[in-house]
Design a protein around this ligand. Structure first.
Ligand code: NAP
Length: 241
């Protein structure tokens, strides 16, 4: 249709480094205009510069997922620049402090739990709900929540981390609730697990590259209209809750 913007826009939160940066690059290579959501001006500008140099149509979006004001301003910017949002990847996440038994359940520091939930769960809800009006304007909107199999109650993998692991269990649960609430819309919302990836998050100890970790998010962001909704997936298929 004449006058309709055919270029799809994707927002990736925490896109300045690690898996988020790789997701931004991957979606950019598929032809999406990518909003690089990041809270730090310098790191954001640097990432946008690197993406543009690689031929990606990227723009920086100031975004701290723990701030209502920042998230509202980001939504206003996306509305002004793109008019709608086709893809939202909620990738920003933190592990939380672990010193002094802070994430052993027997000595759990509840401030650490609050901090981790504020980013990994409330941040996702904050950003998603601010962007929903823009997503609803897209033809085939997709929401991807970057989770972890550490949040799988069936698998219970990785070290004991009683703030981080439950934050991903709750993120999975919230993803399912969104899927139920949005069931009569064209929005597909799913959770993805990137595997154990070499990023700052893991002290670069992970066995997978950020590009490999990004693959599942890119797949869920580009699902066909008859694709799954309300599931939890990695590269191999369904991850048990
Ligand atoms: P990372 O390298 O530490 O990157 C995390 C990103 O999130 C950074 O861009 C960081 O920005 C951003 N971020 C943190 N708090 C934020 C906030 N309040 N507002 C906006 N951005 C914020 O971690 P990663 O390994 O790429 O992890 C990305 C996602 O994958 C996370 O959700 C993580 O839980 C999940 N995951 C990772 C692994 C793994 O093995 N790496 C495994 C399973 C799941 P700054 O640079 O400003 O800190």
């Amino acid at each position: 249709m004449e006058g309709v913007n055919e270029t799809k826009t994707a927002l990736v939160t925490g896109a300045n480094k690690g898996i988020g940066f790789a997701i931004a690059r991957g979606l950019g290579e598929l032809g999406y205009t990518v909003a690089v959501g990041a809270r730090d001006d310098v790191r954001r500008d640097e990432a946008v510069g690197t993406l543009r140099a690689a031929g990606v149509d990227a723009f920086g979006l100031a975004l701290d997922v723990t701030s209502d004001e920042s998230v509202a301003a980001a939504a206003a910017t996306v509305e002004r620049t793109a008019g709608r949002l086709d893809v939202l990847v909620n990738n920003a996440g933190i592990g939380g402090r672990t010193d002094g038994g802070a994430q052993d359940p027997t000595t759990l520091d509840l401030d650490v739990v609050r901090t981790v939930l504020d980013t990994n769960v409330f941040g996702v809800v904050r950003v998603t709900n601010a962007m929903l009006p823009l997503l609803r304007r897209a033809e085939s909107p997709r929401i991807v929540n970057m989770s972890s199999d550490m949040g799988s109650l069936t698998r219970q993998t990785g070290p004991v981390l009683a703030a981080y692991a439950p934050s991903k269990s709750m993120l999975n649960s919230i993803t399912a609730q969104y899927a139920r609430s949005l069931a009569d819309t064209n929005i597909l919302v799913n959770a993805g697990c990137p595997g154990y990836v070499a990023t700052e998050f893991t002290g670069f100890n992970g066995v997978r590259t950020p590009g490999q970790g990004a693959a599942i998010a890119i797949r869920l962001a580009t699902l066909p209209d008859d694709g799954p909704c309300g599931g939890f997936f990695n590269d191999e298929g369904v991850v048990p809750w």
